[in-house]
Design a protein around this ligand. Sequence first.
Ligand SMILES: *Cc1c(COP(=O)(O)O)cnc(C)c1O
Length: 371
Amino acid sequence: MEDYAKRYRLMCPGPVNVSQRVLDTMIASEIGHRECEFSALLRDIQQTCLTLMGLADKNYSVVVLTGSGSAANEAVLTSAIQPQHHVLSLATGEFGRRLGDISKIYNPNTTLHAQEWGSPLDLDTVENILQNHPYDWVTMVHHETSTGELQPVKAVGNLCHKYGAKLFVDAVSAFMADPLDLDDAHVDFMSTSSGKALCMPPGLSLVVGKTDEFKNLSDYPVRNYYLSLARHFAFAHDKLQTPNTPAVHLFIALHEALKMIAEEGVQNRLSHQTKKAQFFRTRLKDIGLTLFHPDHVLSNAVSTINLPDGTSFDLLRAALRDRGFIVYGGKGPLADRIFQVSTMGAVSFDDIEALVRAIQDSIACANHSAA
Ligand SMILES: *Cc1c(COP(=O)(O)O)cnc(C)c1O
């Protein structure tokens, strides 16, 4: 049991450390999901979320699902996108490709445009593809977590607008770390989750989308009962409830996490995320480490760091774990080439400084035990 009780600093790309205030609030009360308290909570969550996103006076709605970020993605890919739709999935890393893979399962007319991991999205090629084929939907990731890079959502949104395609954006790891104006970028649906920059425990996901698009969903057959966005939207908006038993405590945590962002102000929260990422990246340079693609457009959420020559990731990870820090390695073609650190959770500048020292120590330790 000892290991469970130990408090690690989770500096991996999710789950993240959660503030004591959110943790305390989450366990302070028990409410039934068919009671008026839950409806009041849900109403507040929906309104606050839209206000924070600058969408309160625009025609957008929010649905909260019990399930990690993939639940929201699968809900959109099975509810809004239908087998008769032609789908273009853009990928420059693991998560973009995953959207394409999931879409292919449900939507046979899915085309994957996959580029080399970490290469900037080639907008001329995307325009060419859209020009030559009438696509109904485009799917993409805002922050491609596997490389730490931001994708040009607004530029793709403009192309979608020009060629008559709708746009679904996975902003699971970008939401509240990097700015995105859904209305301005012509985004029809966006997904995010609790366990990333919202600074909450994992287990909830959100779909934000145009209210008209949500309303259209009831014209389509239900293909996934539990994740039917049409059902979730109807319950959320007609009754201020969820179709099934939700993770009530996580809704309480979400309410508090959104309240904290509202108190701080979205701009302040985003610039705090920028400052933490910049501080970490400057200190990395001081200890002689380099970023993967430092000249690309990087997210504030995650830093992707080249593994020094001759350092084993497994040994580095173990040494950091011994020092109380959790970091992740690279996926796919980046395995054993990079490691990833997130500064998006409830971590302070002191935590970041302590991590930098631990990384320096741990690399020496890993290299020593490998020798
Ligand atoms: C974390 C993440 C997801 C969701 O993964 P889950 O394991 O379902 O939480 C999806 N997309 C991106 C870009 C992510 O970073």
